[in-house]
Design a protein around this ligand. Structure first.
Ligand code: NAD
Length: 316
């Protein structure tokens, strides 16, 4: 019988596995920022014992507060009972000690900043401290997983697990197969995603994987259209929201992702795939001016309290 993962290597597709029983399994998450605390939350809600590690004690305190707040939101929406939420909180421990965090872990996921050398260092250190056979994963959104794997003693144990923001809401996880990822590791990763009640899309380790590449392609074209005066940002976004049923237009989405993050991804994709991903001048100009989108209060829109109030002045 053809294994699902090998089959996938020739016919990229969405995989559904029987969920692994998470009881007594331990997940270690390294980096407790935007993504790390979300991954810890969904792991704990699914029944994993979770250790959340960061170098910054303050980040860990904020992370635990955010998780508690998100779980409160889930109770309010009738997605979780009070006791399930309390149980999830009880499943999470936070620490600044890496050895403690990886001890007994079946899976270690790193969610430290998007820097290849840092990710290599963090994962090799975790590999040294973890028990033999522990599966390692990177939450990189664009770096080559194959190259990160090359830093490990056993690169067959590494896989990309690309979560989406906000992790507790988004249903997708891209499972990225490095050249060296073994079938056993890939299957373990896909089963883990299924146990989180999310859908795994398995992709090869190509620049931008599937989602970042397509998302960037649409975003960059929308920015060029603004530059060429084809239409105002609001009209372009309305077009895709109402005409194509996208939940959010490409320019608003660029604001949410962060213009600086988009610029980094485009630079990387341009290097790997060519001029079609060349970052538009308007994007560089805005990043230089510190207009980074939702997080800074202005990008293609003006933002307040997490809401887009109006199109930025220069496009009116
Ligand atoms: P973030 O800056 O919010 O969090 C990173 C955390 O890592 C920080 O809290 C930092 O203190 C911690 N850290 C740094 N060095 C560390 C170390 N050696 N050990 C432990 N912790 C360390 O970043 P983020 O937005 O959560 O992104 C993390 C990863 O997830 C990146 O690779 C990013 O590309 C990817 N990603 C981000 C998003 C997103 O929307 N933000 C979406 C998908 C994937």
């Amino acid at each position: 019988m053809v294994s699902p993962v090998r089959h996938l290597r020739s016919h990229s597709q969405t995989l559904t596995f029987r969920a692994a029983a998470p009881s007594a399994m331990k997940l270690c998450v390294i980096g407790a920022g935007t993504m790390g605390h979300g991954i810890a939350q969904v792991g704990a809600t699914a029944g994993y014992d979770v250790s959340l590690r960061d170098v910054d004690e303050g980040v860990l305190t904020d992370a635990m507060d955010s998780i508690e707040e998100n779980l409160g939101g889930a109770i309010a929406r009738d997605k979780l009972s009070e006791s399930e939420a309390a149980d999830a909180m009880d499943h999470i421990e936070s620490t600044t000690n890496l050895g403690e965090a990886v001890e007994g872990a079946d899976l270690v996921i790193e969610a430290v900043p998007e820097n290849e050398d840092l990710k290599k260092d963090v994962l090799s250190e975790a590999e040294e401290l973890a028990a033999e056979g522990t599966v390692l994963a990177t939450n990189t959104s664009s770096l080559p997983v194959t190259s990160i794997a090359s830093a490990l003693g056993d690169p067959s144990k590494l896989v990309g697990l690309h979560f989406f923001n906000p992790v507790h809401i988004m249903a997708l996880v891209e499972v990225v197969l490095a050249e060296q990822t073994s079938e056993e590791t890939a299957t373990f990763a896909a089963e883990f995603v299924e146990a989180l009640d999310k859908t795994a899309v398995v992709v090869e380790d190509a620049p931008g994987f599937a989602t970042s590449r397509l998302g960037a392609a649409q975003g960059v074209e929308a920015i060029r259209m603004v530059e060429e005066g084809v239409a105002a940002p609001g009209a372009i976004d309305d077009g895709m929201e109402l005409g194509y049923r996208h939940p959010m237009g490409p320019l608003k989405l660029t604001d949410v992702v962060g213009l600086d993050v988009r610029l980094d991804i485009l630079e990387h994709l341009r290097e790997e795939l060519g001029e079609r991903f060349r970052p538009p001048a308007i994007l560089r100009r805005k990043v230089r001016a510190g207009k980074l989108g939702k997080k800074s209060g202005e990008g293609f829109y003006v933002w307040e309290d997490g809401e887009a109030l109006a199109v930025a002045e220069e496009f009116r």
